[in-house]
Design a protein around this ligand. Structure first.
Ligand code: ZN
Ligand code: ZN
Length: 286
């Protein structure tokens, strides 16, 4: 089981819960009484796959491949959770089988209510255990609580805590040396539409406009702001965080190159305005 990773375990558990949701619907249809939308077990089975996958997705965006792998303890705990949930789903499958063989048999609503409620509580407990396993893994490995990471898509302070700076070393080099170009830290990808940073391996790409539509100077300004966080494990585009805003104690981040260039131009306009005002003030003083 050493090859198991969180990124395959979580979708597998989510799939199991989804199959449970379908079995429950079938079961109720066989029994001939409808499911109310607010019934606890139905609600939990329905929302379960997203409930399992969503905390994982949020954390993997911030922590990357290392989080996707998990560690031995985390993997072992999810193995157990997976086995337990499979058992619960088997119980549902068995009930459905029995219901099929008992067509016309009158069932006792109270007995039904009892086992459904028991199944609900057990499933809820397993899902809670899953959340704790993720949370404790993050605390064990990164010494931070996941809530620190879940506030925004790119959390400045958590990146700083993990790497010393939210910016990629390639971006920092461009910030230090204003004569350096994007081509000093990144290579053009064969499609000619994006760059890959040689330091962090992330892609610097404009989804709206191809590479040719921005000047090398424009791309360099963009590369200067990229941080060590990607959209997802599959979409390896980097997030950008405005350096000017950061100097002013604000966090402005985006994944859109076009929006970033527009934003950076606003800073230039503001700076020119400020310079003009300063000049006007000094004229008055004179
Ligand atoms: Zn980089
Ligand atoms: Zn800014």
């Amino acid at each position: 089981m050493a090859d198991l990773q969180l990124k395959s375990q979580l979708p597998d558990i989510a799939r199991k819960i989804k199959s449970g949701s379908k079995l429950f619907e079938k079961y109720r249809t066989k029994r001939g009484f409808a499911i109310n939308a607010d019934e606890q077990l139905h609600e939990l089975l329905h929302a379960g796959p997203r409930g399992v996958q969503s905390p994982y997705n949020k954390l993997v965006l911030r922590l990357g491949e290392e989080f996707a792998k998990g560690d031995d303890e985390c993997i072992a705990r999810f193995n157990q959770i997976s086995v337990d949930i499979e058992r619960l789903i088997d119980q549902l499958a068995l009930r459905l089988d029995n219901a099929e063989g008992e067509q016309g048999v009158v069932f006792d609503p109270e007995v039904e209510q009892e086992w459904e409620s028991e199944l609900h509580d057990t499933l809820e407990e397993k899902m809670r255990k899953g959340k704790s396993a993720l949370s404790e893994f993050v605390q064990r490995r990164w010494k931070i609580t996941p809530t620190v990471l879940l506030g925004s898509p790119v959390n400045h302070s958590s990146l700083r805590r993990m790497h010393g700076s939210p910016y990629c070393p390639g971006a920092l080099r461009l910030q230090r040396d204003l004569n350096a170009s994007i081509l000093d830290v990144a290579t053009t990808l064969p499609n000619g539409e994006s760059f890959r940073c040689e330091e962090c391996g992330l892609e610097l790409k404009d989804l709206e406009l191809p590479q040719q539509n921005h000047s090398e100077e424009g791309w360099t300004a963009v590369a200067r702001t990229h941080v060590r966080a990607s959209i997802s494990l599959k979409d390896r585009r980097a997030w950008f965080m405005c350096v000017e805003c950061q100097c002013l104690g604000r966090e402005h981040y985006t994944v859109s190159v076009r929006a970033l260039i527009h934003h950076l131009k606003e800073h230039v306009k503001l700076k020119k305005l400020r310079d003009r005002l300063d000049a006007a003030r000094s004229t008055v003083v004179l």
